[in-house]
Write a protein that binds this ligand. Structure first.
Ligand SMILES: [Zn+2]
Length: 229
């Protein structure tokens, strides 16, 4: 890994403000309130007081997407609510994305993307005050899952997906959401009709293997689950 945690947080902050500049925020719908409600519940059990949590909803009905930038800046696109029935399923998606951020998968991918592209320039750019070049921005976007904004996206590795699933299931359980909801979401999402699969699926393949892996992780997560009163 070639970028430090400090650089990663700076990149997360900058990428978040880029997204907010480009996209339309939804702060009034029931869905946006659910994103804040569920996000706060997960943040409360995530044990990351160093994160500056933010729970943004982006108004884009044709884009089922969600991601979490370093430092806990969560973005949920309205398009994903087509596949989400309740807070528990939303917690499955947000818990998974937060899991990627906690495990620093974005930083791993920034390192890979930058190594492939321009070597170690990223560290200098992140810490200096100057604007990122378009190439650097594209690499950041790809690394953090902001593909819709930059037109390019790197899939997470299977190991990263598994790790985020495991962390996400435990987080949602601790936050009071039944982890079985994750299974419902991924099954429904995998079966959604349409000619072109949503981008979120290309970075988060919902294969049989994945669904089975989630199934096998649920008993562990259930040990943390307390039904809310
Ligand atoms: Zn993922």
């Amino acid at each position: 890994m070639i970028i430090s945690q400090e650089e990663e947080l700076a990149l997360g902050k900058r990428t978040a403000s880029d997204v907010l500049k480009k996209e339309k925020r939804d702060t009034t719908s029931e869905n946006s309130k659910a994103v804040v409600r569920v996000g706060r519940n997960i943040a409360a059990v995530a044990g990351r007081d160093d994160f500056q949590w933010e729970f943004n909803t982006i108004q884009k009905d044709d884009t089922p997407n969600a991601f979490c930038l370093p430092g806990g800046k969560v973005f949920v696109y309205t398009g994903i609510f087509k596949y989400i029935k309740d807070d528990a399923e939303l917690a499955a998606v947000m818990g998974h994305e937060i899991g990627h951020a906690i495990a620093r998968h974005g930083a791993e991918r920034v390192s890979t993307a930058m190594a492939a592209q321009t070597g170690a320039v990223v560290g200098m750019i992140a810490l200096s005050g100057q604007d990122m070049s378009p190439a650097t921005k594209a690499a950041m976007g790809a690394a953090f899952g902001v593909g819709v904004n930059v037109g390019v996206i790197l899939p997470f590795s299977r190991i990263q997906e598994y790790e985020a699933d495991r962390v996400g299931l435990i987080l949602m359980a601790k936050a009071g959401y039944d982890p079985h909801a994750a299974l419902n979401f991924w099954k429904a999402f995998a079966q959604q009709p349409g000619k072109k699969p949503p981008e979120f699926l290309s970075t988060h393949p919902a294969s049989e293997n994945r669904i089975q892996a989630i199934n096998e992780l649920i008993p562990e997560a259930m040990q943390y689950y307390k039904k809310p009163q």
